[in-house]
Write a protein that binds this ligand. Sequence first.
Ligand code: DC
Length: 219
Amino acid sequence: MINIALDGPAGSGKSTVAKIIAKDLDILYLDTGAMYRACGLKCKKEGVSVKDEEKVRPIIENIDLKIEYKDGAQVTVLDGVDVSSEIRKPEISMLASDVSALKCVRLKMVEMQRKIAGKMDCVLDGRDIGSFVLPKAEYKYYVTADSKIRAERRYKELTERGETVDFDALHEEIKRRDYNDSHRDFAPLTKAADAKVIDTSEMTARQVADTIISDVKKG
Ligand code: DC
């Protein structure tokens, strides 16, 4: 069983890299951030503050969230509806970061992630995969880059998708999320002690993926 844990802050290139790895190695890609984004969206739809754990708990306990695959791509299905595009909106990013700080949310999502990873070869990207979700994963990487470069990547991704975004606001949001994600009490964003660090600031996604793929092929 191959489990590749790919952690790092927002915009570090994890998802692009993970998709290349999954395709080249013909394994599954699980985008765990999409799951927290769906939790944030669900709370928004229910009109509940993502900081109110007592109100969030029953919603997440009963959440109808499914991860499906269509033509090799992950489809995030909430209450029977494909929300894959909706959860990418910048307004959902901070909601996801806040809701993901709640222990009840993490425990539920981590249980789903472990079930998927236990069944098949896969690469998972997130914040706590190597440190908490799959501490025994054989391959662990922590990818990072300067926050301005990460904001530039997000800016390009969003504008290419037709979204109107303010660069400075995006950069601030990335820095706020970095702080939020790495300072929560439970399973924060952190480099697992045995993870290899890759600074992607000067690398293309292809180069990062090739570094990981050759490492995995070495066994
Ligand atoms: O990777 P992303 O930007 O889609 O993730 C959205 C938020 O979800 C991120 O700010 C923190 C949270 N997250 C997390 O806490 N743990 C994960 N494994 C993945 C994401």
